[in-house]
Design a protein around this ligand. Structure first.
Ligand code: ADP
Length: 470
């Protein structure tokens, strides 16, 4: 109603201006070539006249596209910091209010302030919250959002080509933005910020390490290799947590080990300092060692990053981290053999339990990995990868699976599981000395780094080239 609208509009508007932005490009690491694009935006401010004199249009808005935590906000600030201009920021989700008209008036006020304090950067976080294609949201919430979006379009047009107020917006979904937003003169420049690669992660860790007292021999490559897939925000957090670790132990320098511990915590949750009896430690160690020892025999799974039996709150008993080919594994392009190898690794804990404790002393420690093996074996058969069933007339191309198919499927999956199981047992039998060495060291240290692990493999391993499983 009218009364409610008026009251809402009279609320004091938030302060958008961030004064004294002192972020510089050197604070943002791992940008590679993207940095050149951003330096150009700085030039729109510092050399605006030159652009105008030569009739070059300055973009009204720049879209920074990428997943959360890759440093989009930081970059927008760095642009303002480098250009020495004011920085206004707001999250688009703040525009989307229940009261009709509030979002639009906030946008207006934001740009009003930005203009009065020009030159300035206006940063809109999560633009997709308000910039989603119109008509996609029904009801009054949708109407309100449309009004806000319209105001944003008007405000953007007001600065077109002038270069004294430049809008930078961030989004993870440039594909769903309203076409009107990305028209020339509006957000007509897109910059994609991907997750950092290995080199990027090393650089980001180093940027955050600048402000901390680090040991001289910190192995950033080791930490970066262990943080595959992580973004800047997570890496920054790892350095913070590592420094807290150092303080807790009353030490004066952050070590590689602090960073590796913090990285594991970032990935897998808090260390749970619970105690286990010696035979439980040993059993968990056998379980994890078996997976690592079998995996290291297979070309797609041999890149062991670390093996740990340190307990974590609410997580599995231990963990073997294998670095896998991202194309193969993340994009689902497994080969037939690598799927069989995966099944074999998942069966290793069960095989080890049998070898080390005997079939009458079996535990259920392997239940979860055996489940993984079973379901992978079904995928294998259903996908027609089993040689018995890759003919065109077979059930994996049938419309409906009937009882007969189910029996066939099961018996073939069972055959695959059994074959892989025997193979896991064979590898473990061949490597009993290596297994014992890893188990002893795991029980003692709880964590084996890549170096620790491969050192033992070199000393005790008997790795032979593996023939195809089936
Ligand atoms: P986004 O806006 O993409 O969600 P942020 O800019 O808010 O990410 O990143 C959060 C924090 O993570 C930053 O303040 C910074 O400490 C750290 N960070 C992220 N990316 C980087 C990077 N490329 N270099 C250095 N630090 C980074």
């Amino acid at each position: 109603s009218g009364a409610r609208v008026r009251r809402a509009q009279n609320k004091r508007l938030p302060e958008y201006l961030e004064r004294g932005v002192d972020v510089k490009f050197t604070d943002v690491a791992g940008l590679g070539k993207i940095r050149l694009e951003l330096e150009e935006i700085v030039k729109f401010f510092t050399h605006g006249d030159m652009y105008r004199r030569r009739g070059v249009k300055i973009p009204g808005g720049i879209l920074l596209c990428g997943p959360p935590g890759v440093g989009k906000t930081l970059l927008a600030k760095a642009v303002a910091g480098e250009a020495g201009v004011n920085f206004f920021s707001i999250s688009a989700s703040q525009f989307v209010e229940i009261y009709v008209g509030v979002g639009a008036s906030r946008v207006r006020a934001l740009y009003q302030e930005a203009k009065e304090n020009a030159p300035s950067v206006v940063f809109i976080d999560e633009l997709d919250a308000v910039g989603r294609e119109r008509g996609l949201i029904k009801g009054s919430g949708g109407q309100e959002r449309d009004a806000t979006l319209n105001q944003l379009l008007v405000s953007l047009d007001g600065f077109e080509g002038r270069g004294d107020v430049i809008t930078i917006a961030s989004t993870n979904r440039p594909d769903i933005l309203d076409p009107a937003l990305v028209r020339p003169g509006r957000f007509d420049r897109k910059i994609f910020i991907p997750k950092p690669g290995l080199i990027g992660r090393i650089e980001i860790l180093k940027v955050h390490a600048r402000k901390k007292s680090m040991a001289e021999d910190v192995d950033y490559i080791a930490v970066a290799s262990m943080t595959d897939g992580m973004v800047g925000a997570e890496l920054a957090n790892i350095v913070e947590v590592a420094a807290i670790n150092m303080m807790r132990d009353s030490r004066t320098e952050v070590t590689t080990d602090d960073l590796l511990q913090a990285a594991q915590m970032e990935e897998r949750g808090m260390l749970d300092r619970k105690e286990r009896s010696p035979d439980i430690w040993k059993q968990v160690a056998i379980n994890e060692a078996a997976m690592a020892v079998v995996a290291v025999n297979f070309s797609d799974l041999k890149n062991i990053e670390f093996v740990t039996i340190a307990p974590r709150a609410g997580r599995e008993l231990g963990y073997v981290r294998v670095k896998m080919d991202p194309v193969r594994f993340n994009e689902g392009m497994l080969t037939r053999q690598s799927l069989l190898d995966h099944i074999t690794v998942q069966l290793a804990p069960r095989a080890a339990d049998e070898i080390w404790f005997g079939s009458d002393q079996l535990s259920t420690i392997w239940a979860e990995t055996a489940d993984n093996a079973r379901s992978a074996a079904r995928t294998f058969v259903l996908g027609g990868l089993s040689e018995k069933y890759h003919g065109i007339s077979d059930f994996w191309v049938a419309d409906r699976i009937n009882v007969f198919h189910c029996q066939e499927l099961d018996s073939e999956a069972i055959r695959i599981v059994n074959t892989c199981y025997e193979r896991a047992k064979e590898i473990l039998q061949q490597n009993r000395t290596l297994m014992d060495a890893i188990v002893n060291e795991l029980v003692e240290k709880k964590n084996l780094t890549k170096q620790d692990f491969f050192h033992l493999v070199e000393l005790h391993g008997s790795l032979k080239p593996m023939p195809p499983t089936i």
